[in-house]
Design a protein around this ligand. Structure first.
Ligand code: MRU
Length: 384
């Protein structure tokens, strides 16, 4: 299985996604600052992956401090040190809630530990490290469940009875590269494929940063899943094509508000509008860590703006160039008129009204008789 994140006992490496699909190179992440930079520069991206890398980056830094005998003796001082690093890590990218959620949960564990009468700096660090390390395994389990739940839902709701023959369109990259492994929306595609019901997967290029053509296409080729790349502007024509017969569009999420409005990669909203027009099911696949019950609706979600250069230029190897000792020079090519103004929001918000179901690790949430999503049950064990 492709692995974006490799971690063992304080040693963290990430696959540098700026170089994919041309060069597969792991880079070490030793401190919270390394983690912050890798996330900001998008060497690692995808909502679950950035949360995991941020927490493991700090775990690695703490491991090193421990080895150097530099952990403060006081539990309170250690708690303050961890809290300050968590606060810093959360500023790397604002839209995906998984990072803030992980920081809040691990911060709470640390606070509880520091409040014990027997607590020491060492015990507080041990609790943080254990919590960060557990996140990685939990995410993989969740993704496999999401994949299964989504595949079952599609077979039950988006295909003709008895016809196990599914075509799916996805957007951005939500696979092993965006998570600890398997993926969310791409996990649904993997699950359909392993159940032998996937006729074809389509992935959109995902301009401007090309997570679809560089990363999702790379994963689909890697797993030998029958797949075709389209540009974002081809989606309407694809859905209109009866021969192609797309059954469902499945996307990931960076933050799902309490009412179901969903922030995801720019272009997701257009796909949802197209799906409605063509009567194609539109599904969001996300772990519960992406659902933000504290955010009432999409209008409260902060949308990250990315640098103009990510839209006005592209990076790649010179045609025909081959890697030498695993290294390949990537060149930057300008593709827009110099001087033009650029608007480059990384995400958009798809209104809940356009979403048919939210696929989570505990089941698929559909709208109630009132036409609204009710997601409280996802967190109190009563739903979906
Ligand atoms: O800017 P990116 O590449 O981090 O955006 C990623 C997405 O929008 C994904 O769809 C989302 O994070 C879910 S990844 C499982």
């Amino acid at each position: 299985m492709l692995q974006a994140i490799k971690y063992s006992q304080g040693y963290l490496e990430i696959l540098d996604q700026l170089q994919l699909p041309f060069v597969e190179k792991y880079i070490p992440i030793e401190t919270a600052e390394d983690g912050w930079n890798a996330i900001k520069e998008m060497k690692v991206r995808g909502a679950p992956a950035i949360a995991i890398v941020a927490m493991l980056a700090l775990a690695s830094e703490l491991h090193a401090l421990k080895a150097a005998d530099k952990i403060p003796t006081s539990a309170e001082e250690t708690k303050a040190l961890i809290a300050q690093k968590l606060e810093y890590l959360v500023t790397s990218r604002p839209t995906a809630v998984n990072l803030a959620d992980a920081a809040q949960k691990l911060g709470a564990l640390v606070t509880t530990q520091a409040g014990q009468s027997s607590a020491t700096g060492q015990s507080v660090v041990a609790v943080f490290i254990q919590g960060a390390e557990d996140m990685m395994g939990n995410d993989l389990d969740d993704n496999q469940r999401i994949g299964h739940n989504g595949a079952e839902w599609i077979m039950a709701n988006a295909t003709k009875p008895g016809v196990a023959d599914v075509a799916v369109l996805t957007h951005c990259n939500t696979g092993s590269l965006a998570t600890s492994g398997y993926g969310t929306a791409l996990g649904v595609i993997r699950s359909l494929s392993s159940k032998n019901v996937l006729r074809h997967a389509y992935c959109s290029e995902t301009r401007p940063y090309n997570q679809g053509s560089r990363l999702t296409a790379f994963e689909l080729v890697h797993d030998k899943i029958p797949a075709t790349l389209i540009t974002d502007s081809m989606a309407a024509a694809l859905l209109a094509d009866a021969q192609v017969g797309v059954n469902a569009i499945v996307v990931g999420a960076d933050r799902v508000a309490a009412n179901g409005d969903t922030a995801n990669k720019i272009g997701t909203y257009s796909l949802a509008v197209l799906a409605k027009h063509h009567g194609v099911k539109f599904l969001v696949a996300a772990p519960r860590t992406t659902i933000d019950m504290a955010t009432k609706s999409g209008s409260d979600i902060v949308i990250e703006q990315r640098p103009a250069s990510e839209m006005t230029s592209i990076k790649g190897p010179r045609a025909g160039a081959t890697a030498v000792d695993g290294n390949l020079t990537l060149e930057t090519v300008c593709i827009a008129a110099p001087g033009i103004n650029v608007w480059n929001p990384a995400f958009d918000v798809t209104p809940a009204a356009l979403i048919d179901g939210i696929i989570t690790e505990v089941g698929v949430v559909e709208k109630g008789p009132d036409g609204q999503f009710h997601m409280e049950g996802l967190f109190n064990g009563s739903a979906p």
